[in-house]
Design a protein. Structure first.
Length: 91
């Protein structure tokens, strides 16, 4: 499998670069979770990082690559399914 060195920004992994496996489309995963074991033997804490573009070129505006930014909430946003109806207001 192919991997790509990807930088991390924010949180405990700030400034580190890890080789991340690429998917079938050639992109790293949208979310990267890092479980950190608790010192007292309890459930592990999960550090959550989101994939974002690392920058764009000046001349053509092409994307340079990817980086991961820390999400301190530790929760992924819920997916909104486009075929579900929203409840009516006032009815």
């Amino acid at each position: 499998m192919k991997s790509e060195p990807t930088p991390f920004e924010g949180g405990p992994m700030d400034g580190r670069v890890l080789p991340i496996l690429l998917g079938p489309t050639g992109h790293p995963p949208k979310w990267y979770e890092i479980p950190v074991p608790a010192a007292d033997g309890g459930p592990p804490t999960v550090l959550l990082y989101e994939r974002v573009p690392s920058g764009y070129t000046k001349r053509l505006g092409l994307q340079k690559g990817w980086k991961y930014e820390y999400r301190p909430t530790g929760e992924k946003p819920k997916l909104g399914l486009p075929w579900r109806r929203r409840p009516r207001r006032g009815a």
